[in-house]
Design a protein. Structure first.
Length: 115
């Protein structure tokens, strides 16, 4: 299984982006029974948890994104999304998809936020 993230880009402060991550090669039943999530890493900082969503749809968010970011999943597409609204300069980072299928991160997608 490979986690393939995309959707990053450059936006202005207050803008929005939607990241997506596909668990390529995952059998549907395996995908459906696993947690998917997002982490991020800014230059010079450690990788940090952003959000995740369990197999039953329970979501968890880091405090710094609550009310601004929304995680969702489409099991039929083996995909997880991160809708990011109200972006701030401190949200700029490489965002990584994560899953309990692999217990590792896929390749990241870069988000830059300019004022």
């Amino acid at each position: 299984v490979q986690l393939q993230a995309c959707g990053g880009g450059s936006v202005q402060v207050g803008g929005s982006l939607r990241l997506s991550c596909t668990a390529s090669g995952a059998i549907l039943s395996v995908f459906n029974s696993n947690t998917m999530g997002w982490y991020r890493q800014a230059p010079g900082k450690e990788r940090e948890f952003v959000a995740d969503i369990t197999d039953s749809g329970v979501t968890n968010y880091a405090d710094f994104v609550k009310g601004r970011f929304t995680i969702s999943r489409d099991n039929d597409k083996r995909r997880v999304y991160l809708q990011m609204n109200g972006l701030k300069p401190e949200d700029a980072a490489v965002y990584y998809c994560w899953s309990t299928i692999t217990n590792s991160w896929g390749q990241g997608t870069l988000v830059t936020v300019s004022s």
